[in-house]
Design a protein around this ligand. Structure first.
Ligand SMILES: Cc1ncc(COP(=O)(O)O)c(C=O)c1O
Length: 366
């Protein structure tokens, strides 16, 4: 048996008890709300985590990119939804190969030219492409405008022989981290209303809308209020991170509905009177947030990035200064890009390493 303390540092650790409770809580939540979940695998890029999410009742997983979906499909994961438009001709060809092997894969579209390219490629490859119309709900990223423009695109999809209209997707990413539950609820319901109206419009026009997908960890208990939404695509809930914890929950200052299951363990490799250095720096943690990693069981220790390989700890209490060789675990600021830095995650229950899972789609942003 490998112990938690034997793992070489820096390393990514997944607390299995917390992770399992997170999956069970989300499964119970969507069941009670009469909705489904297709969790976003962009968070973890790990087929074993995807399999466990599906075993806990998920429809499949969402993938941000085609490359991620290829890895998931290759690992036998089905029920894939690719949430970014697939546009380059080479990628369109790869998508057809993916669909030939995993025919229930879905892709989003927001442009007529892309719809025509997919339809032509699908006909050529003898496959049917399941497509959701990606509707812009305020994130100013992808998506066709709600209403008439979305209807026109949906008609184009429905009319193409090698395409199948599955429904709609609308991702209101701008609402995910709005601080305070009430404020977040108001923002998300307002942003998602045009998506619901678009659903009603398509149905009035006789177009099938089986699926309406959207939502995030921050709005998981808000978007279920929308009658027209069929499935959530929250991702981070399975492990959480510092960024999500601080947005606040329905009942308090912190979002504690899901537990912090992901840590990076580092070792103190150098000590000096005013500092202690750990072996985890820019290559060990995501760096896209304005706040640093947070020491789990060492309150009063502040982490500062000190280059590619190092972090500088500044102890406030000199009597509790870090010791040479001490192992310290940190919650990462942002889980998705932190997962993407590691080839594998060590899965721990208490002091035991129970498994090591490959983050097989790590780096597959293509
Ligand atoms: C398209 C899409 N859907 C859903 C999510 C929700 O993920 P999370 O719950 O981690 O915020 C994301 C996150 O970036 C996303 O890009």
């Amino acid at each position: 048996m490998i112990s938690r303390d034997d793992v070489s540092t820096p390393a990514l650790l997944l607390d299995l008890d917390r992770f399992e409770r997170n999956l069970a809580r989300m499964a119970a939540h969507v069941r009670a709300a009469g909705k489904q979940i297709r969790p976003h695998a962009k968070t973890h890029r790990c087929p074993e985590i995807a399999r466990r999410q599906i075993a806990a009742g998920a429809l499949g997983v969402a993938c941000a990119k085609l490359g991620e979906a290829e890895v998931m499909a290759g690992a036998g994961v089905r029920g894939l939804l690719i949430t970014t438009e697939v546009v380059p001709p080479g990628s369109v060809r790869r998508l057809m190969t993916l669909i030939a092997g995993a025919p229930d894969t879905m892709v989003v579209v927001d442009n007529a030219e892309n719809v025509r390219a997919l339809a032509a490629a699908a006909a050529e490859h003898g496959v049917v492409v399941n497509a959701l119309v990606d509707v812009h709900v305020g994130a100013r990223r992808t998506g066709v405008e709600p209403g008439a423009a979305a209807l026109a695109l949906a008609r184009l999809v429905a009319g193409a022989r090698a395409l199948r209209l599955g429904g709609l997707q609308g991702y209101a990413g701008q609402c995910a981290h709005v601080m305070g539950w009430k404020e977040r609820r108001a923002a998300s319901l307002a942003a998602m209303t045009p998506l619901m109206e678009t659903r009603a419009l398509l149905e009035r026009e006789g177009l099938p809308v089986e699926i309406v997908a959207g939502g995030s960890t921050g709005t998981y208990d808000i978007d279920v209020e929308l009658g027209g939404l069929t499935e959530l695509q929250a991702g981070s809930y399975c492990v959480m991170d510092v960024d999500y914890r601080r947005i606040g929950g329905r009942g308090g200052e912190m979002l504690t509905d899901f537990e912090m299951a992901l840590t990076v363990v580092a070792t103190v490799v150098s000590v000096a009177p005013d500092r202690a250095m750990v072996d985890a720096g820019l290559k060990a943690f995501s760096t896209d947030k304005p706040f640093p990693p947070e020491a789990v069981e060492r309150p009063g220790i502040e982490y500062g990035f000190a280059g590619d390989e190092h972090g500088r700890l500044t102890p406030r209490d000199p009597d509790r200064a870090p010791r040479l060789g001490e192992r310290i675990e940190f919650f990462p600021p942002h889980c998705d890009p932190t997962f993407n830095l590691y080839d594998r995650v060590h899965v721990v229950r208490g002091s035991r390493v129970e498994a090591v899972w490959d983050i097989a789609a790590r780096g597959r942003s293509d």
